[in-house]
Design a protein around this ligand. Structure first.
Ligand SMILES: Nc1ncnc2c1ncn2[C@@H]1O[C@H](COP(=O)(O)OP(=O)(O)OP(=O)(O)O)[C@@H](O)[C@H]1O
Ligand SMILES: O=P(O)(O)OC[C@H]1O[C@H](OP(=O)(O)OP(=O)(O)O)[C@H](O)[C@@H]1O
Ligand SMILES: O=C(O)c1cccnc1
Length: 470
């Protein structure tokens, strides 16, 4: 299958691009903002992920002769197609680092460029950032539940097709330790790991022979699946026999895997049996429709599980099909623009903006302020609720940082590429700056995102001006 990055878009983006070109607007300068309106999974925050993948894809965003022929057949005009032949994105992108903790309403990322290049990027950008941020947020919840135990992503077989390639990467960025997805591990430098399936045991018929053969042929990182016939009567005893044989050869059985039944009960029993056989180092892996709530419950039940394998619920972002991130036009040729809505929550934020993060006295994140780009953040004393401006927070004198900076310019990323481990560490470090109330799974405290006075005023003025014209 040949994919052409420039065609990785919705048809209407190309229709508009052609329209802008033919209307001689190709030099118009615009700003688009990426933001979402609701944290997924009822979370108190979202983990921003996918940025480096987006950069790689933008750097390759081109139209080769096959793409041009294809668009020609679909009725796009020669003049526009000649323009596309030389297309490459030359705009700028402002964003936080991948792995940042982000919140609804704030413009997480802004694209500045000519109207055609900024428009053509929309679908690719939303497709990449929405899905990876969704999965990274889910993985972070699993990480929170699992504490210092390991989490392995097992979901490729249940993913929405090729989404698994990005999903596994986002899972590791969000806090999983490794993945079963070999393609994603290869593409993105992730740790891959795995155990064995029931088919291995079934193919031998005799469980002991199955375990023994696996251990003899693949002694390194050997994990035996113990629930094909009877976990406590045959699986664990046979694994113990093989573990002892391995010990005699100077080898170490890494673990056993439980994949059905009461995982708390079975893991405790299995741990006792392994310990009584002196096999304290053999780890217990558990899988079977796990999620962050089940992992929390298993730990509360005293389950003796060292490694959680999580598939379906992680890679599909259950129970949220998507992060609702959108890409909205906020300025044209230096002039702020707004999209009106009867629903105040859906009014867009006009103009070029910056996001400032404020800290409280305990070095925890206190609130985020959305300011106009030209504002001096030192002059901003108060931020106002985006829907109810009567609600405000004082931010004068608080420690602060500018969250977004220029990260892409003239067709190239400006920031050094981080490996997935570094992205995950950054996420972990940033999450540690959030107070526990925001990390609660049920009804977390709502983090404050406020607008500066100037931005509130600009939004109000523009809305009134446009409504006055209707
Ligand atoms: N101690 C426990 N507390 C809460 N939930 C558990 C516990 N043990 C297992 N579960 C979960 O209960 C669900 C059903 O487990 P069960 O063993 O019935 O699975 P199953 O899919 O029917 O088994 P099989 O794979 O053999 O068909 C799974 O999601 C499993 O993770
Ligand atoms: O349950 P998940 O979180 O999605 O994790 C992945 C599942 O995939 C494998 O099972 P498989 O697909 O072979 O079938 P099974 O569930 O019937 O064991 C594995 O044994 C896990 O049970
Ligand atoms: O390695 C495993 O045990 C594994 C991998 C994918 C799905 N289920 C289990």
């Amino acid at each position: 299958m040949k994919t052409i990055s420039g065609l990785y878009t919705d048809h209407y983006q190309l229709s508009m691009a052609e329209g802008y070109f033919l209307a001689e607007r190709k030099t118009d300068r615009v700003t688009f903002d990426y933001f979402f309106r609701r944290n997924p999974f009822g979370s108190g925050f979202t983990v921003f992920a996918g940025l480096q993948v987006l950069f790689d894809m933008i750097e390759e965003f081109r139209y080769d002769s096959d793409a041009i022929d294809f668009l020609h057949q679909r009725g796009f005009q020669d003049e526009f197609l000649d323009f596309l032949k030389n297309f490459n994105f030359q705009g700028s992108i402002y964003a936080p680092r991948e792995g940042e903790v982000v919140f609804p309403t704030e413009p997480i990322l802004s694209v500045e460029g000519n109207i055609i290049e900024a428009q053509l990027l929309e679908t690719l950008l939303l497709n990449t950032l929405n899905y990876q941020s969704l999965i990274a947020t889910k993985a972070n919840r699993l990480r929170q539940s699992a504490g210092n135990r390991s989490v392995v992503e097992f979901g490729m077989r249940r993913a929405q097709g090729w989404a698994a390639l990005h999903g596994s990467r986002a899972a590791v960025a969000g806090g999983a330790d490794s993945t079963s997805n070999v393609q994603s591990a290869y593409t993105y430098g992730l740790d891959s790991s795995g155990t064995q399936a029931h088919s291995w045991v079934q193919s031998f018929g005799d469980e002991l022979t199955a375990f023994r053969t696996f251990a003899e042929k693949r002694p390194k990182n050997c994990v035996l699946l113990v629930d094909t016939y009877h976990t406590l009567n045959s699986g664990v005893p046979n694994a113990i026999t093989v573990a002892k044989e391995m010990q005699q050869r100077g080898e170490q059985l890494l673990g056993i895997r439980l994949d059905s039944g009461d995982l708390a009960y079975l893991s405790k029993k299995a741990r006792t049996m392994l310990d009584e056989a002196g096999l304290h180092k053999v780890k217990i892996v558990a899988s079977n429709q796990l999620d962050e709530y089940l992992i929390k419950s298993l730990i509360q039940q005293g389950a003796k599980i060292d490694i959680f394998g999580v598939g379906t619920n992680l890679i599909t972002g259950r129970d949220d099909g998507a992060l609702d991130g959108v890409y909205k036009l906020s300025a044209v040729n230096g002039k702020p623009t707004i999209k009106l809505s009867e629903d105040v929550a859906k009014l867009t934020l006009p103009g070029r903006k910056q996001v400032v993060r404020y800290y409280n006295g305990n070095d925890e994140f206190f609130a985020d302020g959305v300011l106009l780009a030209e504002e001096n953040s030192n002059g901003v004393k108060t931020i106002f609720h985006p829907e109810y401006p009567d609600k405000k927070s004082q931010v004068e004198g608080l420690k602060k940082e500018i969250l977004t900076s220029k990260v892409f310019e003239c067709g190239k990323a400006l920031v050094e590429k981080k490996n997935i481990q570094e992205i995950s560490e950054y996420r972990s470090h940033r999450v540690s700056h959030l107070a526990d109330e925001y990390k609660r799974f049920e009804y977390p405290h709502i983090y404050k995102v406020g607008l500066s006075d100037n931005l509130t005023q600009l939004r109000q003025d523009l809305s009134s001006e446009i409504r006055g014209r209707q």
